[in-house]
Design a protein. Structure first.
Length: 223
């Protein structure tokens, strides 16, 4: 028995309960569901096109770049164009996300590798779980679909996010993650990424790529 079990067992004995009473469990569940939300800035409490524009503005203010495509089928060509415009190799690494797998990569000249990065990849493409308008952040959940190594090891990270998955605030996205994965099924890590990696620790000089990608490019899918 763990220390946690011993402590909870002592509390239950003092209350004269076993912890399995249906009514008590229902009361706790309802209390959690009715818990008031904390104070949230009004900045992100917008909807529709205003929310999308806020996300783009905030992401670009954090030194990310944002491009829009009409649908998922346009993503591979948009990736190829971005790499060409920055004089980068036409090679990318992606995970096993079915949304990425269904895109027409064969219609481009890109060399596509699959799986987690071991550190030698220059370019990676991931699909975000969601995005946050109030800060311009993208939200990545770990797993074979989008390995966390792709968030940190390649120099250039291209992230696909659907416009419908842009939320106004962190709390909404957090609730969505809990609903999507459920108790016992949560991803091991959730990365909230705002712009490319940076540090100003040395003489207050901004250095990009200090702990991760030097570039963060977001492809916003309108479809």
């Amino acid at each position: 028995m763990s220390a946690r079990d011993e402590i909870l067992g002592s509390i239950r004995r003092s209350l004269g309960v076993g912890g399995t009473e249906t009514i008590r469990r229902q009361i706790v569940t309802e209390r959690i569901e009715r818990a008031p939300r904390g104070v949230m800035p009004a900045h992100g409490q917008v909807a529709g096109e205003e929310r999308i524009q806020l996300f783009k503005t905030q992401a670009e203010a954090a030194l990310a770049t944002v491009a829009e495509v009409a649908g998922a089928a346009e993503v591979p060509q948009a990736v190829a164009t971005y790499l060409r415009n920055h004089n980068l190799p036409a090679a990318i690494r992606i995970g096993e996300d079915p949304r990425l797998a269904g895109m027409p990569w064969d219609a481009t000249s890109l060399n596509v590798s699959h799986g987690r990065s071991e550190g030698a990849d220059l370019n990676a493409v991931s699909h975000a779980f969601a995005a946050v308008a109030e800060s311009g952040s993208i939200v990545m959940v770990s797993g074979p679909e989008n390995p966390s190594t792709l968030n940190f090891l390649p120099d250039n990270h291209i992230v696909v996010v659907q416009a419908k998955d842009v939320s106004g605030d962190y709390e909404t996205v957090g609730a969505r993650i809990g609903y999507a994965f459920g108790k016992g099924g949560m991803p091991r890590t959730v990365n909230w990424i705002t712009g490319p990696s940076r540090s100003g620790d040395i003489e207050q000089t901004l250095l990009l790529g200090a702990h991760g990608p030097r570039r963060l490019h977001i492809l916003l899918v309108r479809e």
